[in-house]
Design a binder for this molecule. Structure first.
Ligand code: MF3
Ligand code: CO
Length: 275
């Protein structure tokens, strides 16, 4: 508005570099899916994330971020986001989100998956499915949107379309963001409909889309450690996130090995990878 556009627009070459960081995050997720078994501690899983980063020649962008003490955020059951890995032992019925990131060559990757332990409840499986679908709904909207605000509107409309008796809560305090040479950049990417249309979508934007849903009331509070965000009512939560580039040819999901093809297919959207 006052002449300075704070959004970092990336060149195609820069987007290709971010893709490499995004694939490191995808590798971390693959390793964690494999290792997340009942009996393992979240601290042990964090070490695995660190090993994958090291093998890739990358670093964690979370570690040391405003003093954050671990490689990844691991959020179990009633924890919505920013769970600190430690002595907590996973049980066979937990729902766990793994929010992971990487810096490679100065560029940032950031994505989150939710994993269900073998005896997780049907309600928790549904919760994760709803959250993942909310994320893909937002990403599909981004492919045709003129303003960033359309993403949050699509996510909220999707959640509102779920029958009321099973409709999850939509967390509003935490949101997606621009990303690139820093992990958090403008613009904000809200997960709900707002009055403000949001930033105009232009080629070169790279955005993280990351809805969080709860089985009960979405009201949250932060624990004494100043990080861990839990639901006030103790209900379980799910968080899914991908990092998406917008370029002249289309969108490309940088943290999905297939570029987003499978997730976007139900929406009739084809991602366009840069060669
Ligand atoms: N990855 C989170 C996000 O999606 C941020 C993690 S905060 C940190 O924006 F401190 F843990 F790094
Ligand atoms: Co993020």
């Amino acid at each position: 508005m006052f002449g300075r556009d704070p959004i970092e627009y990336k060149t195609n070459d820069e987007i290709r570099k971010i893709r490499r960081a995004g694939l490191v995050v995808a590798n971390i997720h693959e390793a964690l899916r494999e290792a997340a078994k009942p009996g393992v501690t979240t601290g042990e899983l964090d070490l695995i994330a660190g090993r994958v980063l090291e093998e890739a020649g990358a670093r964690s962008n979370f570690l040391g971020y405003h003093g954050y003490p671990a490689n990844a955020c691991i959020s179990v059951n009633e924890t919505i986001v920013h769970g600190i890995p430690g002595d907590r032992v996973l049980t066979d019925s937990d729902i766990v989100s793994f929010d992971c990131g990487a810096i490679l060559d100065g560029w940032h990757g950031d994505a989150c998956i939710t994993v269900l332990m073998p005896n997780a409840s049907e309600d928790d499986r549904k919760l994760s499915e709803f959250t993942e679908t909310a994320m893909w709904t937002g990403i599909a909207q981004l492919a045709k949107a003129k303003h960033v605000g359309e993403v949050g509107a699509a996510i909220e409309d999707y959640v509102d379309s779920i029958p009321e008796d099973i409709r999850p809560g939509l967390v509003e305090e935490y949101m997606g963001h621009g990303i690139g040479s820093q992990m958090h950049q403008p613009p904000d990417v809200l997960n709900y409909r707002a009055k403000n249309k949001g930033a105009k979508i232009k080629p070169g934007m790279v955005l993280c889309i990351e809805p969080m849903l709860t089985a009960g009331n979405p009201a949250s509070r932060v624990l004494e450690d100043d990080w861990t965000v839990v639901t006030v009512d103790g209900s379980h939560a799910s968080h899914w996130e991908h990092e998406v580039a917008i370029h002249r040819g289309g969108i490309w999901v940088l943290t999905a090995p297939d570029g987003g093809a499978a997730g976007l297919a139900p929406f009739g959207v084809e991602p366009v990878p840069l060669g």
